[in-house]
Design a protein around this ligand. Structure first.
Ligand SMILES: Nc1ncnc2c1ncn2[C@@H]1O[C@H](COP(=O)(O)OP(=O)(O)O)[C@@H](O)[C@H]1O
Ligand SMILES: [Mg+2]
Ligand SMILES: [Zn+2]
Length: 511
C-alpha cells in the first residue's frame, strides 16, 4: 500500500516541495530501499525510524518497502525526513488510518531513537512554503514550530513525538495550533550587552552613533584593549528594533543554518557575527554542496564584525565587494543556484600597526615605517571603498578606566538613532534606499547641498589632508547623517567638519 506525505527541502533559505512516498507490502526480500538522491543523513534515517517505531510501540515493515523522495533530481539533506517517513510507514503498513487532514500539512522532523521529535533546520521556511502552496499549515517538532508560528495566516502544530503526530493525524486528539510569537515589541526587549558598560571613549561612541544612524560602515583603529571588540558587540543594541518583516528575514537565515532552534527566545534582535580572519570564502559567502548561508548572510539586518581586518585574506575582502553592493549573494553549485540576503552593517577593526602600540601610552611601538605601511596597505582597495567612517581610538589607562563615569545607556542612544532614521525614511520615501549610506551620486546632489563657503572648506581639507576623490561623497553622506541626528534640515559647517574627521585612513600619503 502506498502512502504519500508532503514535506519540503531547504534550498538556501527557501523551502521547496518534497513528496515522501512509502510503499510497503512489495514482494521480494524484506528490506528497505530508499531512492530520490538522499544524502548520508537521510540514508541513516531508517535506523532512527525503526528504533523510533519500536520504542513507540509500532512494528517496522515486515515486507520489502520502498521510500521515494520526489522530485528525484533534488538532493535531500539531513534528518528532517524521519518524521514523514515514519508516518508513511505507519500508514502503508496499516498501523494508522489517517484523517483527511493528513494531506493539508507540510511535515518535517528528526526523530530520536525513543520516538521523540527533534528540531530541524528551516522550520520558518517550511511554514512560508506551506503558506505559498495554499496548504493549511505545517506539523513540526516543538522548537521548529515556535519559529514557524511567526508566519501568520496558517496553522502550525508542534508535536513532541511520533506517537503524538500519529494520533493528531488520525483525528484522535486535537492539538492547539502554536500561537504566533508576536509579543516583545520595540524597546521591551533587552539585548544583554549595553553601551553603559563602555566608559569614556566619547569620540569612539559618537562615531558609532553616527554610523548606525546613517547605516554607514565603520573601521575602528586602536591598540589592543581600546575596547574595539567590546563596543562592536554592543552595536546591535542601539540599532532600530527590527520590524517583523526584517525579523522574519533574520530568522529565516538563522533557521536555515540550524541556529535559531537553539535559542531560548525569539526576541526581535539583530544578529552580530564575528568571523575569524582565517575563515574560508565559502564560510564567509555561503555555499557547500547544498548551498547554505555564510557569515555575510548570517549578519543580514545586523552587524558583521571583522576584527583584525588586515589579517583577512585579500581574496575574501574582494569577493565581499559585490554582495555588499547588492545586499544579496548568489551562489552556484551543482545542487543549484540560490540567492541569499546579506544586508549588513560592516564594522571592521584593526591595530594601528603590526605590534599594535603605535601612538599608544600602553607600550612602545617596535614597527618600522615600511612594516606599518605594508600592514595598512593590506586593507586599502575594495573594502575600504565601502567604509564611510574611520575612527582612531586610544586605549584608556587603568586610572581612566577606574575613574571614568558609566556611559549613556543603549536605550538612550537608540532613541536618537530611531529619530534620525525616521527622518531619512520620510525624506527617501520615494527612493529605492532608506538610509544616507546608500545615497546614489544624484541623490547626494539632491540631498546634501552645502554653501559655497563650506564647499571651499571641503576643497581645502581635501588638499591639505590629501584625501582621495572618493572621500568627497563619503564626507557629504556622513555630514547628512550628522545633520539628521541634530536634527537639522540643512548641512551646516560643524556637520561638515565633523564628517571630515572621519576620513583619517584614506589620506593618500598613508595608504
Ligand atoms: N572604554 C572602556 N570601558 C570599559 N571597559 C573597557 C573599555 N575599554 C576596554 N575595556 C575593557 O578592556 C577589555 C578589552 O577590550 P577589547 O574590547 O577586547 O579591546 P580590543 O578589542 O580593542 O583589543 C574589555 O573587555 C573591557 O573589559
Ligand atoms: Mg578585540
Ligand atoms: Zn607597532
Amino acid at each position: 500500500m502506498l502512502a504519500t506525505i508532503k514535506s519540503a527541502a531547504l534550498q538556501g533559505i527557501h523551502a521547496v516541495s518534497v513528496l515522501v512516498e512509502v510503499n510497503a507490502g512489495e514482494s521480494g526480500d524484506p528490506r528497505l530501499i530508499m531512492v530520490g538522491l538522499p544524502d548520508a543523513a537521510v540514508k541513516e534515517s531508517d535506523d532512527r525510524v525503526f528504533s523510533a517505531l519500536a520504542n513507540s510501540g509500532f512494528r517496522k515493515p515486515q515486507t520489502r518497502t520502498t521510500i521515494n523522495l520526489a522530485p528525484g533530481d533534488l538532493r535531500k539533506e539531513g534528518p528532517m525526513y524521519d518524521l514523514p517517513i515514519a508516518l508513511g510507514i505507519l500508514e502503508s503498513t496499516g498501523q494508522m488510518t489517517p484523517h483527511d487532514r493528513f494531506d493539508r500539512y507540510v511535515i518535517a522532523g528528526e526523530l530520536s531513537l525513543s520516538g521523540a521529535t527533534r528540531p530541524v533546520r528551516g522550520g520558518l521556511a517550511f511554514a512560508l512554503d506551506a503558506k505559498a502552496r495554499g496548504l493549511k499549515g505545517a506539523i513540526l517538532p516543538i522548537k521548529s514550530a515556535q519559529e514557524a508560528a511567526l508566519v501568520s495566516g496558517i496553522e502550525i502544530y508542534g508535536v513532541k513525538s511520533l506517537d503524538e503526530a500519529k494520533r493528531f493525524l488520525e483525528g484522535d486528539f486535537d492539538l492547539e495550533p502554536m500561537k504566533g510569537y508576536h509579543a516583545k515589541e520595540a524597546n521591551s526587549y533587552t539585548y544583554g550587552l549595553d553601551f553603559e558598560d563602555v566608559k569614556g571613549q566619547a569620540q569612539f561612541r559618537r562615531a558609532i552613533e553616527v554610523a548606525v544612524a546613517g547605516g554607514h560602515n565603520l573601521l575602528a583603529i586602536g591598540p589592543p584593549g581600546s575596547g574595539k571588540s567590546m563596543i562592536a558587540k554592543r552595536i546591535p543594541s542601539i540599532m532600530t528594533t527590527p520590524t517583523l518583516e526584517e525579523y522574519l528575514e533574520i530568522l529565516q537565515v538563522q533557521s536555515a543554518a540550524g541556529l535559531s532552534h537553539q535559542w531560548d527566545s525569539l526576541d526581535r534582535r539583530r544578529p552580530f557575527r564575528s568571523p575569524h580572519h582565517t575563515i574560508s570564502d565559502v564560510g564567509l559567502l555561503g555555499g557547500g554542496t547544498i548551498p547554505g548561508p555564510g557569515e555575510i548572510s548570517l549578519a543580514h539586518n545586523g552587524v558583521l564584525f571583522m576584527d583584525e581586518l588586515p589579517e583577512f585574506k585579500r581574496s575574501a575582502l574582494e569577493v565581499m565587494r559585490q554582495p555588499m553592493e547588492d545586499g544579496c549573494v548568489t551562489i552556484s553549485r551543482s545542487a543549484g543556484k540560490v540567492t541569499l540576503p546579506c544586508n549588513f552593517m560592516l564594522v571592521a577593526a584593526m591595530n594601528p600597526c603590526p605590534c599594535g602600540y603605535l601612538g599608544s601610552k600602553q607600550g612602545d611601538c617596535a614597527c618600522s615605517p615600511t612594516q606599518i605601511q605594508r600592514y595598512r596597505s593590506r586593507v586599502s582597495g575594495p573594502l575600504l571603498d565601502r567604509i564611510d567612517i574611520h575612527i582612531e581610538a586610544p586605549a584608556l589607562s587603568i586610572e581612566e578606566l577606574r575613574t571614568a563615569k558609566k556611559g549613556e545607556s543603549s536605550q538612550t542612544i537608540r532613541k536618537r538613532i530611531h529619530e534620525a532614521r525616521d527622518i531619512q525614511k520620510v525624506r527617501y520615501a520615494k527612493d529605492a534606499f532608506s538610509a544616507n549610506a546608500n545615497l546614489t551620486e544624484s541623490a547626494i546632489e539632491r540631498n546634501c547641498s552645502i554653501t559655497s563657503e563650506m564647499g571651499a572648506l571641503l576643497q581645502n581639507a581635501m588638499e591639505s589632508l590629501r584625501l582621495s576623490a572618493r572621500a568627497y561623497n563619503r564626507i557629504l553622506k556622513v555630514a547628512r547623517t550628522i545633520a539628521d541626528l541634530e536634527p537639522s534640515s540643512d548641512i551646516k559647517m560643524h556637520h561638515l567638519t565633523e564628517a571630515i574627521q572621519y576620513r583619517s585612513l584614506d589620506r593618500k600619503t598613508r595608504m
